[in-house]
Write a protein that binds this ligand. Sequence first.
Ligand SMILES: Nc1nc2c(ncn2[C@@H]2O[C@H](COP(=O)(O)OP(=O)(O)OP(=O)(O)O)[C@@H](O)[C@H]2O)c(=O)[nH]1
Ligand SMILES: [Mg+2]
Ligand SMILES: [Zn+2]
Length: 293
Amino acid sequence: MATGKIIKSLSGFYYVLHDGEVYQCRGRGNFRKKKVSPLVGDMVEFKADNHEEGYILSIHERKNEFVRPPISNVDQALIVTSAIHPDFNSLLLDRFLVLVEAKRIEPFIVISKMDQLDKSLVEEMETYKAQYEKIGYPVILSAVNDSDSMDEIQAHLAGRTTVIAGQSGVGKSSLLNSIDPRLSIDTDEISESLGRGKHTTRHVELYDISGGLVADTPGFSSLEFGDLELEQLPECFPEFVEVQNDCKFRGCLHHKEPKCAVKAGVENGGISEHRYDHYLQFMQEIQNRKPRY
Ligand SMILES: Nc1nc2c(ncn2[C@@H]2O[C@H](COP(=O)(O)OP(=O)(O)OP(=O)(O)O)[C@@H](O)[C@H]2O)c(=O)[nH]1
Ligand SMILES: [Mg+2]
Ligand SMILES: [Zn+2]
């Protein structure tokens, strides 16, 4: 028996990484009775006499888990958003950030395709970078042909399990290929991938990159706030959390309450207006959610 980590799940097989080698396994353990199915990212006990016919006996307790994409034991999330093609979209970026914050996973942000911009757009992206870094999120302005930016991303990936998220066509697979050309993950022309409204990358796989494991995923296919409660939403905005003790009311939702430190922050410029606007939009979305039983 040995301990390993599931790095890929495809057609009923689990691929378990152990000591630098991969074993193809089926699930056979008593976890099946408990209706737990192995996930990419799981640490497992497995038995294998050769590389093709192993089986998984048990699954270690998970640190965290996602349903879409199906993956567990994630340390951090890399959110990729392109500066152009598709256009930079701060609403979508904030949506990803909230989803990641709700899972209590640390995000970092890459704004890709910086090589395709004219000067005024470069300045706009630099302004966004400064705003998000002030909140505490690292931001890397990148282009696949800019090796400094690729080195910087690589340094963030080392030694941790990272899930990559972002809209289709923003360049998630391309940047992994650029960091490690041996991967040669499929990438797609933007027009095509958007036209079909589908992701080029379809299955979840963890790649071994610079001593870290990275999941190139089709992105979060569900960008809805699902089971996020209204009261949890302010906690997903670190710059709100930072000032919330100065709000007059405990549990202030920073909306209609008087003497609210967040609203004061928006007024005096300490908190970005677009972040607050997006917060109100998300709030409304959660309030309008149909009750589910
Ligand atoms: N100019 C430029 N083009 C890029 C860059 N990164 C990616 N692209 C192009 O953007 C297109 C989409 O890239 P992908 O890597 O397939 O995007 P993806 O995010 O993996 O997309 P899905 O797998 O569909 O989710 C490809 O044509 C890439 O060549 C970049 O830094 N600069
Ligand atoms: Mg891809
Ligand atoms: Zn408040």
